[in-house]
Design a protein. Structure first.
Length: 256
């Protein structure tokens, strides 16, 4: 079995989020922690430790939406499935996150394009695939090649209400993108809203979950290394009480 890592690296000073949402990692080295270690064990001397050092520790300040993460239905609304209480990330069924998967390629679409059900069906026809319930659908967009760049959050296509409800109508409950958001970049949607005044275009892909609850994996990586079909995705989210999302080390499993 071959494993392909689909997660980005969580690190300082890489612009994967807007400035207001960027994370920070504080690193404590083996030498810096040594006084703390000695305090914990009265009488312990530096020379008593095999290598004369303490432990390495990291303190991370971040949002549940930093890094590669899974959005819960609670993220986009307090209700789902037409009026039921929306699940938080610790309530979503685990079986959703270990399933056969398919990759659809939308890299040629322009930034800000809102993918429709027809666009998805066209891509499914191209690769000769029929979706099954609970299959995980990953979207390879133009944003993947720009991860780590300042323009990343403004890159790639997004997936609208029409496309999202098409997928959930087929039993899909987990989707993923290498973009910053399942929806089109905010900067482009903002300009369209200013011009049209149409509120229905704001976060329309996420908000489709009010009708049918589902989860989005955002900021995936290495989707270009995947075949169209014939692999499994494992993307269990961190179990955070009452949270709108959870970080995941998403991977694809392929038979050699």
């Amino acid at each position: 079995m071959r494993i392909i890592d689909l997660s980005i690296t969580t690190e300082n000073d890489v612009p994967m989020d807007p400035p207001f949402q960027r994370l920070h990692i504080e690193y404590t080295s083996h030498a810096e922690s040594l006084p703390r270690v000695l305090e914990q064990f009265p009488g312990l001397r530096v020379e008593d430790l095999p290598d004369g050092t303490g432990w390495a520790v990291e303190t991370v300040t971040l949002s549940t939406h930093n890094g590669t993460h899974v959005d819960a239905p609670w993220h986009y609304s307090p209700i789902m499935d037409g009026g039921a209480p929306a699940w938080t990330i610790d309530e979503v069924p685990l079986e959703w996150f270990m399933q056969p998967a398919v990759k659809l390629d939308f890299r040629e679409l322009p930034d800000g394009h809102v993918v429709t059900a027809a666009d998805i069906q066209h891509e499914l026809d191209r690769i000769g695939h029929q979706l099954s319930p609970l299959e995980i659908v990953l979207m390879n967009t133009g944003a993947g090649a720009r991860q780590g760049r300042e323009d990343f959050i403004d890159s790639g296509c997004g997936f609208g209400r029409d496309a999202t409800l098409f997928l959930t109508s087929l039993g899909v409950r987990v989707v993923g993108t290498d973009g910053w958001s399942w929806d089109a970049p905010f900067s482009i949607t903002r300009q369209k809203f200013i011009e049209s005044g149409d509120p229905s275009i704001v976060w329309e892909g996420h908000k489709a979950g009010i009708d049918v609850g589902y989860c989005q994996i955002e900021k995936l990586s290495n989707l270009d290394q995947l075949p169209d079909t014939g692999f499994q995705v494992v993307c269990f989210p961190a179990k955070i009480k009452g949270a709108s999302a959870g970080w995941t080390r998403a991977v694809a499993l392929l038979d050699d």
